[in-house]
Design a protein around this ligand. Structure first.
Ligand code: HEC
Ligand SMILES: [Cu+2]
Length: 328
């Protein structure tokens, strides 16, 4: 039962509440700048939700504040209020309006999700590996792996998120997308970076003691720089593989016994007594070892137990193996 809507007091309260709400929204930097198409859409949806909520918040709060003030009871008033019957018209309105608002939000949200996950044919594929407490990025098409994510601007990147131990969460705040990396499954997210620059990659899932330092970087570069990065990295991997193959070839080539003896004296006889022919050193007597050539090469190269690895490599390794072979 109401006579006339008290427009002026309601308007005054409404303006104050609206000003406080808007100031909070506008004066604080809630979100980083949107630097992907997904972020633009997601942040747009977020602000739409906020202003829609703010609109109803201001109306409801203003009426509430007015009612509390207008119909406050005096201290000695212990009576119940008069019984009131509901207001059918009002109830229809406060059911219909939220229904319309919710449908609008659902449709808008669906459109954002649909567009954010639309897959482009020319996308770049990157495998993201999360591990306590670092990130590695693999480019399956180029056969390379890096510690910094490099992606081209204005082209879609498909990130295949994988975890090597526990659950992690890949998050670049400026990209507006988060994705869990869960052991045993591959979770895919898509990002279309819109601005060149370097942004932080953050783990957004409490994954252990090093969680806070589980960070890396994503570099958004021009298409040209991206191609150069791929070429450079591929060349480096090729060179490394070639060097490793060459070293392995040198190490397994027949060595020189006499040269091996000299090397053994310098690097091994401190532990293997009598140039390897006697017991009593830190290391065992090598004369009479049951190891074959490959076994000797393996221990001499990588060490074993109390014996350190990496003492010899390349031709030196081949020579020292030839020497041990000659005394066994
Ligand atoms: C710091 C001491 C140390 C040095 C230096 C050292 N070794 Fe050893 N080596 C050991 C010990 C200890 C073992 C036994 C390892 C184990 O128990 O698994 C061993 C084991 C070996 C074996 C395996 C023997 C067997 O029958 O299983 C070979 C072969 C060998 N060493 C070769 C070399 C050569 C060649 C060098 C020089 C490049 C070298 N070691 C330098 C301490 C040493
Ligand atoms: Cu983590």
């Amino acid at each position: 039962m109401y006579k006339k809507v008290p427009i002026i007091p309601l308007a005054v309260i409404g303006i104050v509440v609206a000003a406080i709400t808007a100031a909070q929204a506008l004066l604080i930097d809630w979100l980083p700048p949107a630097q992907s198409e997904q972020a633009e859409r997601t942040f747009g949806l977020l602000w739409f939700l906020f202003w829609l909520s703010a609109f109803f918040f201001v109306i409801v709060t203003s009426i509430l504040i007015y009612a509390i003030w207008k119909w406050r009871a005096s201290d000695d008033d212990l009576e119940d209020g008069p019984p009131t019957h509901g207001n059918t018209k009002l109830e229809i309105v406060w059911t219909a309006v939220p229904v319309i608002a919710l449908i609008t939000v659902a449709v808008y949200g669906y459109i954002v999700l649909e567009r954010n996950e639309a897959v482009a044919a020319d996308r770049v594929n990157v495998d993201v590996y999360a591990q306590q407490f670092n990130w590695t990025y693999g480019y399956p098409d180029a056969g390379i792996e890096t510690g910094t994510l490099v992606v081209p601007v204005d082209r879609q990147v498909q990130l295949n998120l994988r975890a090597r131990d526990v659950i992690h969460d890949f998050w670049v705040p400026q990209f507006g997308i988060k994705g869990d990396a869960v052991p045993g499954i591959t979770h895919t997210i898509w990002i279309n970076p819109t601005e060149e620059g370097t942004y932080p990659v953050v783990c957004a899932e409490l994954c252990g003691v090093g969680h806070g330092v589980m960070r890396s970087e994503v570099k958004v570069v021009s298409e040209q720089e991206f191609q150069a990065f791929l070429t450079r990295s591929t060349a480096r991997v090729k060179a490394e593989t070639a060097a490793a193959t060459a070293a392995a070839k040198l190490e397994s080539a027949p060595g020189d016994e006499a040269a091996g003896k000299t090397i053994f004296e310098a690097k091994c006889s401190g532990c293997h007594a009598g140039l390897g022919t006697e017991a009593g050193g830190v290391g065992p007597q090598l004369k009479g070892t049951t190891l074959d050539t490959a076994g000797i090469r393996n221990v001499a190269k990588n060490g074993r137990g109390a014996m350190p690895g990496g003492l010899v490599s390349g031709t030196e390794l081949a020579d020292v193996v030839a020497y041990v072979e000659s005394i066994k």
